[in-house]
Write a protein that binds this ligand. Structure first.
Ligand code: R5P
Length: 286
C-alpha cells in the first residue's frame, strides 16, 4: 500500500523529512481562518487507497493554538476517511492533554481519556515521549497508541557535548527519561521530589547535587518553574534538557539565565537540537 505523509500546521518542521526517509509521497493541510475564528481545512494530497500518516504536534504558534490544531487534525482525518484513504495514522511528536489524567475536583473533565476517544479514527497513533503519569503504559487506556522513546538520541547528544555529567530528574515521573539516559551513559543519577501547588508554582525537595556538569532532564518544559526550582538544588554547570519545549510565558529566556537549554525538535524552537525524525521512522518501519 502506498504511503503518504501529510503535515498539518504543527508538523511541517518534520513531515517532509519523515516522508523522505520513508520514501513516501508528501502533502500538507491548508488552513483558512474566518473572521469569526472558525477554521476551514483542506488536504492538499492524493490519498485514495493510500496509507495516510498525518503529522501534528500540538503547540501554540502565531496562527493556531493547541485546540485549533486539534480541530484541524480531526477535520483532516475524517476528510481522509471520506476520500477513501485505506489506513489513517497519526504521528504526534508532541501530543497534548496527557497530563490531565484524572479529575481533581468534582466535574473536572479527564481530558486524556476524551482525546483517546477522539483518536479512535486512527489505526495507529505514534507519540514521541508521551507524558504518562498515573497510567504507566498506553495499554491501560490508549490501545492504538505507540510510544516512541528518544533515550538513545538524548544520551548520544549528552555524550558528544557534556563531559561526565550527573543526571538529575526534578520529580518521580522524570525517572522515565532520566534512568534510561543515565544507564546508556553509565552516569550517576538523582531524582528529586516535587510538590505542585498550581500550574505556576512548584516546590522541589532533595539533596543538593554537586558536580562540574549537571544535566536536569524533564519531559515537558512549559512555564519552566519545575526546572528552575530543581536547579536551586544543584551546584555546577547546568544543562536543562526537555523532551518537549513548549516554553510558555518566557520560559526559555528565564532558563537561559541559569544554564544551557536543549530540547528535542518535537516542537520547533531555537533550543531544538535533538532530532526525533529517525526514531519516528524506525518505529513506523517496525
Ligand atoms: C509534569 O508533571 C511534567 O512532567 C513537567 O514537569 C511539567 O509539565 C513542567 O511544567 P513547568 O515547566 O510549567 O513547571
Amino acid at each position: 500500500m502506498k504511503e503518504v505523509i501529510i503535515s498539518c500546521s504543527g508538523g511541517k518542521h518534520l513531515g517532509k523529512k519523515i516522508a523522505k526517509k520513508l520514501k513516501a509521497s508528501y502533502g500538507e493541510t491548508i488552513i483558512e481562518r474566518f473572521p469569526d475564528t472558525e477554521i476551514k481545512v483542506r488536504i492538499n494530497a492524493e490519498i485514495k487507497n493510500k496509507k495516510v500518516f498525518f503529522v501534528q504536534s500540538f503547540y501554540k504558534d502565531k496562527n493556531l493554538d493547541i485546540n485549533d490544531k486539534l480541530i484541524e487534525l480531526l477535520f483532516a482525518a475524517h476528510t481522509a476517511k471520506s476520500l477513501g484513504a485505506k489506513k489513517i495514522n497519526l504521528i504526534s511528536p508532541y501530543f497534548a492533554y496527557l497530563r490531565q489524567d484524572m479529575s481533581f475536583k468534582k466535574g473536572e473533565a479527564v481530558a486524556n481519556r476524551i482525546l483517546v476517544n477522539l483518536c479512535k479514527i486512527f489505526n495507529k497513533v505514534y507519540i514521541v515521549e508521551p507524558h504518562l503519569h498515573r497510567l504507566h503504559s498506553f495499554k491501560e487506556f490508549f490501545p492504538n497508541a505507540v510510544r516512541i522513546s528518544l533515550a538513545d538520541e538524548t544520551a548520544n547528544y549528552i555524550k558528544r557535548k557534556i563531559k561526565n555529567p550527573v543526571i538529575v530528574g526534578p520529580d518521580i515521573e522524570s525517572e522515565q527519561w532520566v534512568i534510561p539516559v543515565a544507564k546508556k551513559l553509565n552516569a550517576e543519577h538523582k531524582i528529586l521530589k516535587k510538590q505542585r501547588f498550581n500550574s505556576r508554582k512548584v516546590k522541589i525537595k532533595g539533596k543538593k547535587t554537586k558536580n562540574k556538569n549537571i544535566v536536569i532532564i524533564d519531559d515537558i518544559i512549559s512555564s519552566g518553574h519545575t526546572l528552575i526550582e530543581a536547579s536551586k538544588l544543584t551546584k555546577g554547570n547546568i544543562y536543562f534538557i526537555g523532551m518537549h519545549g513548549l516554553f510558555a510565558e518566557g520560559a526559555l529566556s528565564k532558563l537561559k539565565k541559569i544554564g544551557k537549554v536543549i530540547t528535542t525538535n518535537t516542537i520547533p524552537n531555537k533550543a531544538g537540537k535533538i532530532d526525533c525524525a529517525n526514531a519516528i521512522v524506525k518505529k513506523i518501519k517496525k
